[in-house]
Design a protein around this ligand. Structure first.
Ligand code: N7H
Length: 556
């Protein structure tokens, strides 16, 4: 597995810690039935996205029946990830030769309607405005802030996948530790002549890969996949065997509960249909709220997948931080500002992944590599030292603790990670428990080659295959993109998210303040991340795939 592994920091004793007393019982997750990328995450170095168009339904079902046994479950991926982490912890490095290859599948509204019925596809809940049914149409893309190419009015017209008239019916995700195994799996899984002339047609495919010299980082140079929500729920009939291990002592009533330090626990219904969800209302302490009635019933153990193909202008980003750092370093309030520090302030983490909240003035790669420390920070209150459960054998490094930073002097309010997860800071929508309801499971991977010279615009198409899972596209992904990243006021005033925020014409600003009273208002005139494809999909349970989509009721 991979350097792209979100759980790249191994924690001694993690798997053997019992949870101890707990106030609300957690559900047993049907991990044999839930697709593996949703709750466990493939975390591979090589991943192919394959978009298909349906032709004839009987041939599609025949092909689906052939590939169902290859669709990987959360149980399989979770066990492999655990084994990999255990071996790496014991050996002090990646275990050579240990490899796995995984596949998952998802369907657009049209694809699902064709394989079930329009009424069933229409009923899939994705938010009051029904984004799944609407799909990532020109209107929906415009609402997300996606811009049309010059001379166009439709923001999806130039997309390489998805968009008006080209929405794939099916998205296949195939991932492996080995390029050769990946190529084999893609050959096996794609429709072949034996599946019939009218089997689904591949209309687009693209390889995602971790960057060879910067594994686990994205094209701007930052470590990605550091902060993921912890997921509540058991993976065994035995008590205390949780999907997300519990290292920390049970908190006082009313406080956030975490798996590892800084990894808040979220009820699984927020990511998979059919389970209790997080209560984000103002009087709550995070839930759970029972799942709604499942219509259609086979959506249980399914999830909604957002795919965005995000092209990155690396030279544009580098130019912005270099030019503005130079200007700021000559001004009174920000002496010594460097492009690296300004980049860290835009993201909220240094290139290594170390949070600026814990190391404000310089990068600290040891902190980034310490999985007990790299996510252990709050924004408003001084972050208290973690209290571990007895027997956890957890010893975080001795790094500076994060200090209260309500006004954003250390980590600006518009920094990407503070926009996307304001943690203990209230937002325009509510308190920290409301913020839990906005969390998503990110499964992105870079595509395209890294630039030979990051400062030079070589015109090569590179970026991120952004993938995330949730049960409300409207209340999760779209809130993050539209209400927070694209807004200069929310979740707190302080400018736009300059990494992913979109305003239509690219004009955005970012505010910096110091405790001494200096301030700077940086202006960006264009985006460095632009959308070039995508779609909204439903990733069914493995049983629904086998017993409903692949079988279906053939027309009389
Ligand atoms: Fe973001 N980047 O490299 O700057 N992201 N992101 N993202 N992002 C994060 O914690 C990046 C995008 C989130 O819990 C890190 O994994 C880039 C979209 C969320 O603290 C870095 C692109 C959306 C988090 C980046 C991109 C999000 C997060 C820090 C596009 C949702 C976790 C490392 C090309 C709408 C926040 C980490 C938390 C973290 C980058 C896209 C959301 C480095 C380049 C579209 C929720």
């Amino acid at each position: 597995m991979s350097s792209n592994n979100n759980n790249s920091t191994d924690i001694p004793g993690e798997s053997s810690v019992a949870a101890g007393a707990q106030s609300v019982p957690e559900p047993l997750l049907d991990i044999e039935d839930i697709q593996g990328n949703i709750l466990a995450g493939f975390n591979k170095d090589h991943q192919m996205l394959i978009a298909l168009r349906l032709r004839a339904i009987p041939a599609a079902r025949q092909w689906l029946r052939r590939i169902v046994p290859e669709i990987s479950s959360t149980a399989e991926v979770h066990r492999f990830n655990k084994l990999f982490s255990q071996l790496r912890a014991r050996r002090g490095g990646d275990p050579p030769g240990l490899a796995a290859t995984w596949a998952n599948i998802a369907f657009s509204h049209n694809g699902l309607a064709a394989l079930t019925s329009a009424a069933e596809a229409d009923a899939i809940p994705s938010g009051d405005s029904n984004p799944f049914k609407q799909g990532l149409s020109a209107e929906r893309a415009a609402a997300l802030g996606d811009s049309p190419a010059p001379g166009e009015t439709n923001p999806t017209a130039h997309w390489v996948v998805g968009g008006t008239g080209r929405v794939p019916d099916i998205l296949l995700i195939v991932a492996s530790d080995s390029p050769a195994y990946l190529a084999d799996a893609v050959r096996r899984l794609c429709p072949v002549p034996a599946d019939g002339d009218e089997a689904p047609e591949v209309i687009w495919e693209e390889l995602g890969q971790t960057l060879p010299d910067l594994p686990g980082h994205e094209h701007f140079g930052f470590k990605d996949g550091v902060s993921q929500p912890g997921i509540r729920g058991l993976v065994s009939q035995q008590p205390d065997v949780y999907l997300t291990p519990r290292l920390l002592a049970t908190p006082e009533p009313g406080e956030l509960e975490s798996g590892r330090p800084g990894q808040s626990l979220i009820w699984p219904g927020q990511f998979v249909f059919g389970y209790p969800s997080t209560d984000g209302s103002s009087s709550s302490t995070g839930g759970p709220v029972p799942p709604p009635n499942l219509t259609p019933p086979w959506i249980k153990n399914g999830s909604l997948l957002v795919f965005r193909r995000l092209r990155q202008d690396v030279a544009g980003f580098r130019f912005f931080v270099r030019e503005n750092a130079e200007r700021l370093s000559g001004s009174d309030g920000f002496p010594g500002m460097t492009p690296e520090r300004l980049g860290a302030l835009l993201v909220g983490r240094w290139a290594s992944g170390a949070p600026v909240s814990r190391t404000p003035s310089s990068d600290l790669p040891e902190l980034a590599d310490d999985g007990l420390s790299n996510n252990d920070f709050l924004f408003v209150t001084d972050t208290p030292p973690p209290v571990f459960r007895p027997g956890s054998h957890a010893t975080p490094g001795a790094f500076p603790r994060a200090q209260s930073d309500e006004l954003g002097f250390i980590c600006p309010h518009a920094a990407h990670i503070r926009k996307m997860n304001p943690r203990d800071q209230s937002s325009d929508l509510g308190d920290q428990f409301d913020t839990l309801t906005r969390r998503i499971l990110r499964r992105g991977i870079p595509y395209g080659p890294p630039p030979a010279d990051p400062a030079a615009d070589d015109g090569v198409d590179r970026g991120l295959h952004f993938l995330c899972y949730q049960t409300s596209i409207e209340q999760q992904f779209e809130i993050l993109q539209i209400d927070w990243a694209n807004s200069s006021f929310n979740p707190q005033p302080g400018g736009h998210d300059l990494i992913i925020g979109q305003t239509g014409d690219g004009a955005r600003h970012f505010d910096l303040f110091t405790p001494e009273g200096a301030e700077a208002h940086l202006s960006a005139t264009r985006q460095w991340v632009t959308t070039t494809g995508g779609g909204y999909f439903f990733a069914p349970s493995i049983s629904a795939l086998r017993d409903v989509l692949a079988l279906g009721a053939e027309p009389a």
